[in-house]
Design a protein around this ligand. Structure first.
Ligand code: SDX
Length: 429
């Protein structure tokens, strides 16, 4: 409950808006009764000043450049934890003890295969389909296969659906990749950990033995952790809104994948690497900086800027360190794209346009360099982001479904269209 209230006076009305105080971050003015008491809406396109829910999962401080999963700073989790442990933390709120971790890992491992019939889904797509199109289709269709985990009101079915989605997303993403390059699907292996299994399903072929490089698997696992959740971003809000209507979890996650695909959101990792490759050399950077600042030019520095972070994105810092490690590990020296990225970052952070607008590299700026060095085509970057974010979408969806205050999301609008008018026969127009 709120101890304090903000006073709102207009049109002869005096309203009190309770002030809700968080564990950390800005206070919230509770406007839930505003329309009933004041017959007015608030207006906030893009929700720049609007909290859509309360949550215990992830906290971001954009000014301090902080990101916590259940209170644990992302830098510590990226260094000391691993993705499946982070999944447990996001889903259940606490770090697991060894028994809980083993049980969770066993449950996920035993759900990594998809129904054999789903192999035929892929056949309906063109080989050159973007893997995100395939993933949206296949994940949405999973509700046609797993009827025993679509009743959102049954906590047991919610749990089974959550495990299935976390377990099968790498398999579906790897299948989308294999299908796009005309190679046979590779089944998951229960003797490999989550990240190693994904690399194995993507890069092994039946014709020869394939050993996953443990250092690359660790780098892959860290990328999964960095992308796991990010409070109420566009795709998570999409999942929550879809879930608020009672849609099954597979349909909700498919909606999240569709939203993440946009270049302003998760699609930025593909766009950022393509931009760096388009720039080509450090000599060309000034021209692109000029274009990014030109209001008449739609070009933006992809991988730069963020709705919340008005300081550095803590994930970008870890990703930048990881890029150096992976390229060094792979013996890739003088990587022109990484040189362009680092010089672009240096110049942008000294340019008053970017400084004034508080534009810093975000999570998508360096990730593509690592993924490209690992052998992934740019089209696989956003599917990997979707794979990683599935646990965050599910944790947020479960939190919403389990909230007794949960109701269907239904924003209103500021109507500025035509006033009421009568129909005119075509003869009178
Ligand atoms: C992700 O929300 C999340 O948490 C998302 C995410 C997650 O984990 O879920 O963090 C993942 O989506 C990261 C963001 C990836 N997107 C990109 O890298 C695309 C490039 N960046 C932008 O398009 C932009 O910065 C956004 C969309 C990310 C944020 O946009 P905002 O908050 O709506 O800010 P804005 O578009 O109003 O920009 C503010 C100003 C504008 O100039 P003015 O109109 O005030 O003069 O900054 C300018 C913009 O033109 N600007 C840029 C810019 N980003 C913003 N100018 C040049 N290059 C850019 N990248």
């Amino acid at each position: 409950m709120a101890d304090r209230a903000a006073k709102l006076t207009f049109d002869g009305k005096d309203l009190e808006l309770p002030i809700l105080e968080p564990t950390e971050g800005p206070n919230c003015l509770d406007i839930r009764k505003l329309y009933a008491q004041g017959h007015v809406f608030t207006y906030d396109p893009g929700f720049t000043s609007t909290a859509s829910c309360d949550s215990t999962i992830t906290f971001i401080d954009g000014d301090r450049g902080e990101l916590w999963y259940r209170g644990y700073p992302i830098e510590q989790l990226a260094e000391k934890s691993h993705y499946l442990e982070v999944c447990y933390l996001l889903l259940y709120g606490e770090l697991p003890n060894p028994t809980q971790m083993q049980d969770f890992e066993n449950r996920v491992t035993r759900h990594t295969m998809v129904h054999e019939q789903m192999h035929y889904f892929f056949r309906g797509f063109r080989r050159d389909s973007h893997p995100m199109a395939t993933m949206v289709g296949v994940v949405g269709a999973m509700s046609a296969f797993y009827h025993d985990s679509t009743d959102i009101n049954d906590p047991v079915q919610r749990e089974i659906a959550s495990i299935r989605l976390i377990a099968k997303m790498p398999t579906v993403a790897a299948m989308a990749y294999k299908y796009s390059i005309g190679q046979p699907f590779v089944y998951p292996r229960n003797d490999l950990d989550y990240a190693a299994n994904f690399l194995h399903m993507c890069f092994s072929v039946p014709a020869e033995k394939y050993d996953v490089n443990p250092a690359l698997a660790k780098a892959m696992d860290r990328i999964f952790t960095l992308h796991a959740d990010h409070e109420q971003n566009a795709s998570t809000s999409t999942v929550r809104l879809a879930g608020s209507s009672g849609a099954n979890p597979f349909a909700c996650i498919a909606a999240g994948i569709a939203c993440l695909w946009g270049p302003a959101h998760g699609g930025a990792n593909q766009a950022a690497l393509e931009m760096l490759q388009q720039i080509g050399s450090v000599d060309n950077i000034p021209e692109y900086i000029r274009r990014a600042k030109d209001k008449d030019d739609p070009f933006r520095l992809m991988g730069f800027g963020h709705r919340v972070y008005k300081n550095f994105d803590p994930r970008a810092k870890v990703m930048k360190e990881s890029a150096d490690e992976v390229l060094d590990l792979l013996g890739i020296e003088n990587n022109e794209t990484l040189k362009v990225a680092k010089e672009l970052e240096r110049i942008a952070l000294e340019d008053e346009y970017f400084v004034d607008k508080k534009l810093y590299p975000n999570v998508d700026f360096y990730s593509g360099i690592i993924l490209s060095a690992m052998g992934f085509p740019t089209a696989m970057f956003t599917p990997i982001f979707a794979l990683s974010r599935t646990v965050g979408w599910i944790a947020q969806w479960k939190e919403m479904i389990g909230d007794p205050q949960n109701k269907i999301g239904r924003p209103r609008q500021l109507y500025i269209g035509a006033d009421r008018r009568d129909y005119q026969d075509v003869s009178a127009r």
